[in-house]
Design a protein. Structure first.
Length: 564
């Protein structure tokens, strides 16, 4: 990837595509990538780092949305399952099959209510037993047949389920097992889509820390949050993909009215190695007493991801977790895992984000549709560009949503689609064998080429897919390791700084790597990481100290991490 300074200089010279995408989360980047596949360049701007908003705080699931069946959103479920299967093929380095267990305490409960919701006679949530779930899972299997990649569901009775997971409550009389998928590093997939887009279409430009401001005399002000400069651009088409911040961007473009009505979802990373081992990779997905959907997802040998809350907010900036939300997550776990104590001492990391949901006046947050839509707003005399607004959207369906938007643009231009992203392998999945034995051979080959151990290459593959070869080559030439962070290397971080459009230290710690998420950052190793970034990016001592202080504060205030 070109570095940010080169792109800003190109912008300063006036070499700007006539399509402006505002928002560098998964949906904006998805459109950027699909347009590039058609040979159509766009300028994508993001006020922060790429994937630094909602896209960095998902439930880490790539799923069909089983519970959307109950609200009658069958088309969304069908689309989601198709997209899930495509991601399992096209991004198999970061998207992995996931066995899901739904524990149940009733057999017939909610059958009539579930039918009423499926038929859209009501949207009010209610309890569900084994029979309604069995019916729902059968439909789920049928919808997932296109590009099918995983087994059909099965039902287990309580005794058989506890034989596999003894920690389950005695109140659980049955478990429904089905398969979905998880994404291990969502922020990395966003970066890889940007890199793929710019490789396909060299005139495409994606610039972080460049905020869209007000519209004046038909031009849109872009404010460089790194260099404090500003630029005026005059696009022919604006795509507002700002997610939860859509309304804020719309105001700057001269629109009024409310489109978004987000909810805050908070998740916890907790250290529970014994429970992780017992779960054997299975996720628990269950309904709470207040009819919310919560999960317990093992993410490695030591940590489990718990969530989530669903709290209405009036502003997208209300994304800081509360202690009450932590209590809530602990409370809802107890009926399912009554003998597993969860305490604040177990918490490694807290992640909260605002879901970009459409504004709807519903009785509960669970009743708000999770579907997406595209609003088309024509140009006016004061605003001489058409505007497309992305309302809603979720991780799993980003590609299909982007395809819909790109097709709208192609229709405007009278141009045919020349490529489908449905068949395009993404980033580090390219040239990486999906088969276990073939992948082991690939890893051994890279080990022989670079001199690094097979275990080290395997670790790098879990982080970067086939790009692990590039990191391994760097480490082979510069084998030094950090004194206080041996699982990462200066060569690895330096390569990220050179090639992944790094602007801030937080970009490395919170998004390009999972070290923050995994609880690996300490008071001793953060200066080591910063020193590598400073050397590559040319930071002086004052800037380096400032970056360390900023990351320390973000970890404390937004993620409940106090460095020791």
């Amino acid at each position: 990837m070109r570095n940010r300074d080169d792109l800003v200089n190109k912008l300063r010279s006036g070499e700007v595509p006539d399509i402006l995408i505002i928002g560098g989360g998964i949906n904006g980047v998805g459109v950027f990538r699909d347009l590039a596949a058609q040979g159509i360049p766009a300028l994508l701007v993001e006020a922060g780092d790429f994937a630094s908003g909602t896209s960095s705080a998902p439930s880490r699931l790539i799923h069909g949305g089983l519970r959307y069946l109950e609200t009658g959103e069958a088309a969304l479920v069908r689309e989601s399952l198709t997209e899930r299967n495509l991601l399992l093929k096209n991004a198999h380095h970061v998207v992995h099959p996931l066995p899901v267990w739904v524990p149940l305490t009733k057999i017939f409960a909610g059958a009539f209510g579930a039918a009423a919701r499926f038929l859209r006679l009501t949207t009010k949530p209610g309890p569900k037993g084994a029979i309604p779930l069995k019916i729902g899972l059968t439909i789920y299997d049928l919808f997932g047949k296109l590009h099918k990649t995983m087994p059909n569901h099965r039902m287990l009775w309580g005794k058989a389920a506890r034989a596999e997971l003894a920690e389950l409550s005695e109140d659980v009389i049955a478990v429904g097992e089905y398969y979905d998928a998880r994404i291990s590093h969502p922020e990395r997939l966003v970066m890889e889509l940007i890199a793929d887009a710019e490789a396909d279409c060299p005139d495409a430009m994606a610039i972080p820390y460049l905020a869209a401001g007000d519209t004046k005399d038909g031009a849109i002000e872009l404010v460089d949050r790194q260099g404090q400069a500003s630029f005026a651009v005059s696009p022919k088409l604006v795509i507002n993909a700002a997610g939860a911040w859509v309304d804020k961007v719309q105001t700057g473009l001269g629109f009024s009215g409310r489109l978004m009505g987000g909810t805050r979802g908070t998740h916890l990373v907790v250290r529970k190695p014994a429970l992780t081992k017992a779960m054997k990779g299975k996720m628990l997905y269950f309904e709470t007493a207040d009819h919310r959907a919560c999960l317990a997802l093992p993410i490695d040998a030591r940590h489990i991801y718990l969530g989530t809350t669903d709290i209405r907010v009036n502003s997208p900036d209300e994304r800081d977790f509360t202690e009450e939300e932590i209590d809530y997550i602990f409370d809802v776990m107890r009926p399912i895992l009554p003998n597993v104590p969860f305490t604040r001492d177990d918490v490694v990391f807290v992640m909260a984000g605002i879901r970009p949901l459409p504004y709807q006046d519903t009785e509960t947050a669970a009743q708000i549709s999770r579907d997406h839509r595209l609003d088309k707003l024509p140009a006016t005399e004061d605003r001489p560009f058409d505007t497309l607004v992305l309302v809603g959207g979720k991780w799993t369906t980003y590609r299909a949503f982007a395809e819909q938007i790109t097709d709208t643009i192609l229709e405007r231009r009278g141009a045919p689609r020349v490529a489908s992203t449905a068949d395009m392998v993404i980033g580090g999945a390219r040239d990486l064998p999906a088969d276990t034995d073939a992948r082991a051979e690939w890893i051994e080959g890279v080990s022989n080429e670079t001199g690094l151990s097979i275990d080290r290459i395997a670790t790098l593959v879990t982080r970067y897919g086939s790009k692990a070869r590039d990191v391994a080559r760097e480490e082979g030439q510069k084998p030094a390791r950090y004194d206080h962070l041996p699982e990462y290397s200066p060569a690895e971080i330096a390569l990220i700084c050179r090639t992944e459009r790094i602007s801030r230290l937080q970009d490395i710690v919170l998004r390009r790597t999972l070290m923050g998420f995994e609880g690996a950052v300490t008071k001793a190793n953060l200066p080591e990481i910063a020193a590598t970034a400073a050397e590559v990016l040319g930071w002086d001592k004052a800037r380096t100290v400032s970056e360390i202080a900023e990351v320390t504060q973000i970890l404390r205030d937004r993620h409940r991490v106090t460095l020791t």
